[in-house]
Structures are given as C-alpha cells and as structure tokens.
Design a binder for this molecule. Structure first.
Ligand code: ZN
Length: 583
C-alpha cells in the first residue's frame, strides 16, 4: 500500500485526537485506569498549565509524596520544549507493591486525579518460553477463507482444522487505543508488549504534549523486562520491514511509528537475539547507495560487532540456523516487505524477480526456534505475518488469505516444536481487524455481463471450486471459475473486478488531477467490473482498519487465562503471569 497516504491519514487522526486537550487542567501520565506491572519501569509525567510554578505544584500518590512512592527524582520543566505548559517528571520510576494507587496532582487551584492498579504475578513461573504470533489485521473472514482454501469444504463440512483454530483457549480481544475506537498496529502492539494502551502511531510511550516524538513518557517493553528480570532470549520475526509498527513494538519508544532510523537504533540498544524481516535501507549509512537513514551509522556492521550473524538470503538463514554456534542472528531479506506467499509460490509478482531467495515465515520460525532454544533460561519469540493487513488495505484478499495460510503453517511449526514439552505458551492474535466478510461466490458461468450478475448468494453461492491444496496448504490455482465473494466494508473509489490480481498487488485508487483526492484506478475498470463509489474520505486510497474485536487463540501453560472478552492490555498481563514477571 501507499505508505505516504497511510502516514497522512494517521497524522490526521493524531490532529483530531489532540484537538480536545483541556488546557486548563493538568494531565497525569500514566493515564487513569493504567495497569502497571509491579517492578516495571515507566516515566511519570504531569503537565501543568504554565501559570503553575514548581513550588505550587503538588503530586501525591495514596497521600504520600510521589517521589517516595516512585523511587525516582523529580524534575520540573518550565515551558517544556518552549511550549505553553510546565512539566513535572519522575523518569524511570517503578512501584514494587501491588495495590490500587490514587494519584493527585494539584496546582493553580485545580486537582487532577487518576487511579492505577499495580499488579504482581502470584504463584510460580509456568512458562519457560512464549511464542506470540501476530496476524496483522487478521479478521474472522481471513480465517474462514484460509480454512476454505486450505482444507476444502463440501456439503458444509470442512476437510480439516487450521492450526490457529485448533487450540484449547480462545478470547475476543478489543483493540481500541487511548485516542480512538479504531487502532493502528503501533499502539495495539504496544498494548501487548507493555500492558499500557496508547494512541495511534505511538510505540512504548504515552502520548503527551511533547513535540519531540522521542521525548514522550516511556513504558517498559516486554523485551526489556524479560531480558532484565529473567535473562531470556528474545526473537523479533516478521515478513514486513523490521522497522514497521508491529516488530518495532517489541523495542521502540516513540510517538511516531515512522521514526525508522531511531527504531533501528533501539533494536541495537535492546538487542533481541534474533531479528528478521525486510527494511534493509534503514540499516545502511546515509551516504551508502539506497540508504534511508538520517545518520552515517552502518547498523549492519554495528550488529556484526555486537556478535550477530548477518544474512540476507534464505539459504544463508537456513545455514545459520543449522550452525550450532549461532547465538544471534540479523536477517534482512528485502529493501521493503518480504513478498507474500501467493507471489513467492505461485504468481512470481511483487519483487520476487529481484529477490529470488527470500525466506518463508515458516522457515524463519524454525530457524528462530533453533537459535533461541539454546538459551537455557527460555525465550520470548514474536512472529508477525504482517501482509495480511497490507493486502487488506489494498483490497487484495487472495494475497491476504495466502499469508493467513502462511501464518497457520508457521503456528503449526511452533506447535510441532512445542510438542509435549508443556513449557511453551503459544498465542495467536491480531493486533486489530479489517472490515471484511465472505458473502457468497463469484461464478464466471452465471449469465449476465456485470459483476453483480456473477455473484451468487445463499443457495446460489454453493461452494467455490479451488483445487485441493498442496502439502503446504495452498491451492495451486487461484483464478478458478467459481471464487469466494470476499468483500470489504470500507473502500476508496475503485473498480471491483471480482477476480484475483494476477499481474501484481491491487492498487484500487490513484491520485486524481489535483494530486490529493483519490480516484478509481482505471486499470481495473474494464467492462464486467463494478465501479464502486468510495465510502471513505476522498483522500483515502485504500481500505482501513475496523474497530471490531479480534479472535485470540492460545495453548500451553498460562493459556487458560484467555477466555471471554479481554482488553488488549490483558494479553501482556497473561504473558507476564505465565513468565512470573511481576515478583
Ligand atoms: Zn494496517
């Protein structure tokens, strides 16, 4: 998808979110109803009106001076960053005792009050390892379509179960952030890796009034916690650019997810033992050919100096995994995202001709497990199938569903590895959903010229006629005569073909004559396609996320905590409980 638009849309969302700020009262971070892991590190901040002087500002926690409770020194900044407010900070704070904490910040005749819950993790550590699979944007229709294509369906019965479904525990996960009912991959991943909700575009921070995107109040990540408290190994594996929001959520602290140069630096600071994805240009020094960094640091050399084996080809990745001496691995396989399963396996489009030896997520997982399991203390591995989301933005459901099947295969590999060990918690969860649905079939043999003539609903839909899947669960042909009618609930102006995009990823809308408003891409508007008037703002060139709940499935020690409906922050809490992180 067009990242340029994405950034603009997110910027717009931020502006909307920032608008209702009440300049007259102080704001306390962490926000009201924060759940804080006992012993975790976080920045405490209060923003006062600039009429409140330091000596007039009073902050108490359960009636005691904040500095006594938070074990951190107090700073008071007048006109922070030249802005019209004063800020009180206690950086790198922590609270060790579980309890309810009432925080009151007074000054200028006004008092703001928030309540936090600090939680411990009672009982023994139950999981040696945690494998967290993120299906980016994974929604119910993706799962159902993957099951249909991969397992087949006749007379209403599926030919088998997906590995992501065949797990004993399940929960509905709601994903809203502090600023919006609909989230993005940054703050939604942060909720899983920090236990704190945040706002659109933010990673590992609360969204305060700072102009400097790196200066917002930090909350500690899972990577930092498990390394600091338990000495675990950590893996961050994706098929998107490694600096993208979901993998970045494992290490980053920034208000702006597009701070890619800084995010690579944060990877080098946190040093997850396995780092794999695309996005090479942000590792190259600014003066190097193809670099997108804003400084001259050569991060590939830096990681090598830190003891990492560096690979850029699948063959070398497999060799590094088989090498008993490999302890740390950096794999960067594409300047952009690694091509999806449909392109790599079947259509050979995208950047497949340029990158002929890219890994599959399944092999990335197997290699990661080989390396991380050498650590006797255990490990946390995050694996993202990230293009389910990106292909859903471009209204290209076949590509999204092939990458859902890839996610399923990757989960199966992890389940096979975990086997009877009973020491590994495996979680599969989306970070957010897309508004997608299966409404029937598109049958080329139905009479009529228009796409809507070809659509069958209810008994007219019958079943699609994809060929039986290969051993890896992928049908070998996608342009069959009776296909799934897979619909998107939110879209720009575009022409819907009802056919798979064999020539390359769908690009539904393109800039109009004014360069700003988006119009249908006429490439797809041949007779027989349906011209759709967009139902999104005129500047949108792709689909958007939905606020619908996502489905989490889980197995292994601690997984019984997942049931019913849970806020996304509870995923962090259940991981922390399984690992005994809050003691
Ligand atoms: Zn997205």
């Amino acid at each position: 998808m067009d990242m340029k638009f994405f950034d603009r849309a997110q910027l717009f969302a931020c502006m909307l979110a920032a608008a209702p700020f009440a300049a007259s009262a102080q704001t306390i971070y962490p926000l009201d109803r924060a759940e804080i892991l006992a012993g975790s590190h976080f920045d405490f901040k209060v923003e006062f009106p600039d009429t409140v002087k330091g000596e007039d500002a009073s902050v108490t926690i359960n009636g005691r001076p904040a500095a006594d409770v938070l074990n951190a020194p107090t700073e008071f900044l007048v006109h922070e960053e030249g802005q019209a407010y004063n800020a009180l900070w206690l950086r790198n704070a922590s609270i060790t005792r579980a309890d309810k904490y009432v925080v009151e910040a007074s000054g200028g005749g006004q008092t703001a009050k928030v309540t936090w819950e600090v939680f411990e993790t009672p009982g023994e550590r139950r999981a040696k390892n945690v494998i967290l699979f993120i299906g980016d944007g994974l929604s119910v229709a993706h799962r159902t379509a993957a099951r249909i294509l991969s397992k087949g369906i006749t007379e209403g019965h599926y030919g088998g179960e997906l590995a992501i479904d065949d797990m004993p525990h399940m929960a509905l996960i709601s994903t809203a952030g502090t600023d919006s009912i609909v989230t993005d991959s940054a703050n939604s991943m942060s909720a899983y890796t920090t236990g704190h909700k945040s706002c659109v575009n933010a990673l590992g921070v609360y969204c305060a009034r700072n102009k400097n995107t790196l200066a917002h109040p930090h909350v500690e990540t899972l990577t930092s916690l498990v390394k600091r408290k338990l000495g675990l190994a950590v893996g961050v594996v994706t098929n998107t650019e490694i600096e993208d929001a979901t993998p970045a959520g494992m290490v980053a602290h920034t208000r702006r997810r597009s701070d890619y140069s800084d995010i690579v630096r944060m990877f080098a600071e946190q040093q997850p033992d396995v780092i794999m994805g695309g996005g090479t240009p942000w590792f190259l020094p600014k003066s190097a050919n193809g670099s997108r960094r804003d400084d001259e640091v050569d991060y590939i050399e830096k990681f090598k100096g830190l003891g990492y084996t560096y690979v850029s080809q699948n063959t070398d990745m497999m060799a590094a995994g088989a090498d008993a001496s490999t302890r740390k691995l950096l794999g960067l396989f594409n300047n952009g995202n690694i091509d999806g399963a449909l392109d790599r396996r079947l259509l050979k489009k995208g950047t497949v001709s340029r990158y002929q030896d890219q890994p599959d997520l399944v092999d990335q997982v197997k290699v990661s497990l080989d390396i991380l399991s050498k650590k006797s203390e255990g490990f946390v591995l995050m694996v993202e199938s990230g293009r389910i989301d990106k292909y859903s933005h471009s209204l290209d459901w076949e590509r999204a569903v092939y990458d859902t099947i890839m996610l399923d295969n990757a989960v199966k590999a992890a389940k096979d590895w975990a086997g009877e060990r009973n020491d590994t918690l495996i979680i599969v969860v989306p970070d957010h959903t897309h508004p997608v649905s299966i409404i029937g079939t598109v049958d080329d043999n139905r009479p009529g010229e228009r796409l809507r003539d070809k659509i069958g609903t209810y008994n007219d839909a019958g079943f699609p006629n994809y060929p039986a899947a290969d051993a890896d669960g992928y049908p070998g042909k996608i342009d069959v005569s009776r296909r799934l009618a897979f619909t998107f609930g939110a879209f720009p102006d575009h022409c819907m073909t009802g056919k798979p995009y064999l020539a390359g990823e769908n690009k539904p809308a393109i800039p109009g004559p004014d360069g700003k408003t988006q119009i249908a891409n006429e490439e797809y508007c041949a007779p027989g396609s349906a011209r759709m008037q967009g139902n999104l703002p005129i500047t949108a060139n792709s689909g958007v996320h939905s606020g619908d709940d996502g489905i989490l499935t889980a197995m292994g020690p601690g997984s019984e905590g997942f049931h019913g409906h849970l806020e996304n922050t509870k995923v962090f809490r259940i991981i922390a409980q399984a690992l005994g992180l809050g003691k």
